[in-house]
Write a protein that binds this ligand. Structure first.
Ligand SMILES: Cc1ncc(C[n+]2csc(CCOP(=O)(O)OP(=O)(O)O)c2C)c(N)n1
Ligand SMILES: CC(=O)[C@@H](O)[C@H](O)COP(=O)(O)O
Ligand SMILES: [Mg+2]
Length: 640
């Protein structure tokens, strides 16, 4: 167990105001101490390490130069915000990161006035920053707004929508492009190649020279237009980069780890910039911690680890992860069908598509952080007879909803949607929970919407999706490992719209959609023991619903309970609607729908969140007892 680092300088810095009292020459030492503190903390909590290590100097310089929180500082994604949190009054809680009732792993308005905008989904910072910059102009304040966005986040269309608007508005917005030539994986796309050319095409400009140009360059709007024309003509500062053509003053590239570079540029921009400025800083993801610097993913997301060796705690799985089951099943089907292709939006490892890419590199596409494009790109492939599997986390699929509706569902194109991270996800908290996909997909015409109840079912659903060409089809599965069930050699093709009864009973019916099936079976043991013979069924499909199964359950049981890892409007709502339109509620059937409620409790483990939501064995039992008026005493493990 390593001792906490010695941080004499950082011990004197609680807020940025304390930081601003330091001499410039003290800042490199402060950076060392912030790094040490962050490495020690994350070694105990796990979390996002590499990105934060890459912006220690940048974060210190921004808080040194700008008057935060009055000046607004927005981090894109927010996973790199740990140094920011350490320097803005939250060092004392930094070891509660990403834990129940602890600090969020991302920026969060509710957490601090130094977090003017929440994040976690990428590429929102320029839009939010522009909103705040325009507000500052309208309020006639001299408040500055700084948006820090990574090169990966710059691959999302939303970033360009914002740049486009900012340039046209001539807004007083400072965008700092943190270019570390990394996304989660190495970046893809022409943009990253362009940035690489910008960063490597020239050496960092000498500062005196740069400072003179900069001051001249950032004059009033009218002067700026003349100055720009002159500068362009002389191919000066960074003649005609894409950002300049969009109305930004593109400064850089500068060394994002050097205070000699950062401080004069930021001070000049603070004092002279009137219009939108983009400062291109080059940094190293994982900087300052050898194991992170050496790692392929630069320790983007880590478990707890040994600070000395960098060795991460190994979590011994009892069963394969859903992601690995999906990936292997897809490879198996792709080997048999060369029309199968995979698409990921910058999450090759998270979705498991890196396995497909390693075997079929020409049939797997990482489109960058561009979910909207990913979906319509898949639609184009489907229109030409391919079988695209657009593998997206549930939460990130939200970003592409119009593409799902307009380009896929309305045209009835057979795009396959493997939806990972369905349900509670734990440490990433509410911004990453997979709550809404069933609700927003099952409402769409022609969609087939499935949920795997275990890893064997997932394998069947991959095969079923591969075989299904009549329209769009989705199948959802949670983060983490399966239940350890015996696996088929190859998935079977499921009959579309048919569920299955897993356990016969007569009084209580539990109808599960997804992996809550295991808890339903455990609850059934308790209910049987209390004399309430219980049927357990696995719906498999939220659309089309298995009407015969639902009628069978409705007619032969006192109470029907639907259980799912989704929100109101999802599976349970579909069943309720069918029951009422089919007149099945007229015979006094009691019905309840257990779903993920709007409890936005931070970052607890999924099993804790499911228990809080009543989606576990005890919650299911206590619901039955409460509805049937049975005292909880009958129930084994029934919650109050
Ligand atoms: C809309 C969306 N898609 C995917 C992700 C997952 N994600 C988190 S960080 C990241 C890479 C960000 O790269 P970059 O902006 O360069 O930041 P860096 O980690 O390099 O500092 C991705 C893909 C996300 N947060 N939001
Ligand atoms: C910051 C971000 O959005 C990703 O790194 C995300 O945290 C990955 O989630 P998993 O850990 O579930 O792959
Ligand atoms: Mg990056």
């Amino acid at each position: 167990m390593t001792q906490p680092p010695k941080t004499p300088l950082l011990d004197k810095v609680t807020y940025p105001a304390d930081l601003r009292k330091l001499e410039d020459r003290d800042l490199p030492q402060l950076a060392r101490e912030v790094r040490d503190e962050m490495i020690d903390a994350v070694s105990k909590t796990g979390g996002h390490l590499g990105a934060g290590l890459g912006v220690v100097e940048l974060t210190i310089a921004i808080h040194n130069v700008f008057n935060t929180p009055e000046d607004r500082l927005i981090f894109d994604v927010g996973h790199q915000c740990y140094p920011h949190k350490i320097l803005t009054g939250r060092r004392d809680r930094i070891r509660t990161l990403r834990q129940e009732d602890g600090l969020s792993g991302f920026t969060r308005r509710a957490e601090s006035e130094y977090d003017p905008f929440g994040a976690a989904h990428s590429s929102t910072s320029i839009s939010a920053g522009l909103g705040m910059a325009v507000a500052s102009d309208l309020d006639k304040t001299d408040r500055r707004v700084i948006a820090v966005i990574g090169d990966g986040a710059m691959s999302a269309g939303m970033a360009y929508e914002a740049l486009n608007n900012a340039g046209a508005l001539d807004a007083r917005l400072i965008v700092i492009l943190n270019d570390n030539d990394m996304s989660i994986a190495p970046p893809t796309g022409a943009m990253s190649a362009y940035l690489a050319r910008l960063a490597s095409g020239r050496t960092y400009m000498g500062f005196r020279d740069f400072g003179k140009k900069l001051t001249a360059y950032l004059g009033k709007k009218v002067d700026r237009a003349i100055t720009r024309a002159v500068e362009h003509a002389r191919g000066y500062v960074t003649g005609g980069t894409m950002f300049e053509e969009m109305g930004f003053y593109h400064i850089g590239p500068i060394d994002g780890h050097s205070f000699e570079h950062l401080l004069p540029v930021l001070r000049n921009v603070r004092d002279h910039a009137e219009g939108p400025v983009l400062i291109h800083v080059v940094t190293q993801k994982g900087k300052g911690y050898a194991p992170a610097e050496a790692a392929a993913d630069k320790y983007h997301g880590v478990n707890k680890f040994d600070v000395i060796t960098g060795a991460q705690a190994k979590v011994k799985p009892n069963a394969p992860s859903y992601t690995s089951v999906f990936a292997e099943a897809l490879v198996q089907e792709a080997e048999l069908d060369d029309k199968i292709v995979g698409i990921t939006a910058a999450m090759p490892n998270g979705t498991g598509l890196d396995k497909l890419a390693s075997i079929f590199p020409s049939r797997c596409f990482d489109v960058g952080i561009a979910e909207q494009h990913a979906v319509t790109f898949a639609a184009g492939l489907a229109a030409e007879g391919f079988k695209p599997f657009a593998a997206l986390y549930s939460t990130f699929l939200q970003r592409a909803y119009d593409q799902v509706v307009h380009d896929v569902a309305i045209q009835g194109l057979p795009v396959r949607f493997p939806i990972d991270r369905a349900g509670f996800v734990g440490a990433d908290g509410p911004t990453h929970a997979g709550s809404f996909d069933t609700a927003f997909l099952a409402t769409l015409p022609g969609f087939v919407v499935m949920a795997a109840s275990d890893e064997a079912e997932l394998k069947h659903m991959v095969r079923t999706a591969a075989a299904y060409d009549a329209g769009p089809i989705s199948f959802r599965y949670p983060r983490g490992e399966g239940v350890g069930i015996e696996m088929p050699v190859r998935g079977e093709i499921l009959q579309i719209g048919k569920g299955r009864v897993v356990k016969e009973g007569a009084k209580v019916a539990l109808l599960s959609f997804g992996t809550r099936l295991a808890d339903c079976l455990l609850a059934a043991e308790d209910l049987d023991a209390a004399g309430l013979s219980t049927t357990v069924a696995d719906a498999r499909f939220a659309k089309p619903l298995d009407h015969d199964l639902i009628r069978q359950l409705a007619r032969h049981h006192e109470i029907l309970i639907t259980v799912e890892e989704g929100s109101v409007g999802g599976f349970g709502s579909q069943v309720m609607q069918f029951l009422s339109t089919d007149g099945l509620l007229d015979n006094g059937l009691k019905i309840r729908s257990l779903v993920m409620p709007d409890l936005w409790m931070e970052q607890a483990k999924p099993e804790v969140m499911n228990a809080h939501a009543g989606l576990d064995r005890a919650g299911i039992v206590s619901t039955v007892f409460r509805v049937l008026g049975r005292p909880a005493a009958f129930g084994v493990g029934a919650a109050g």
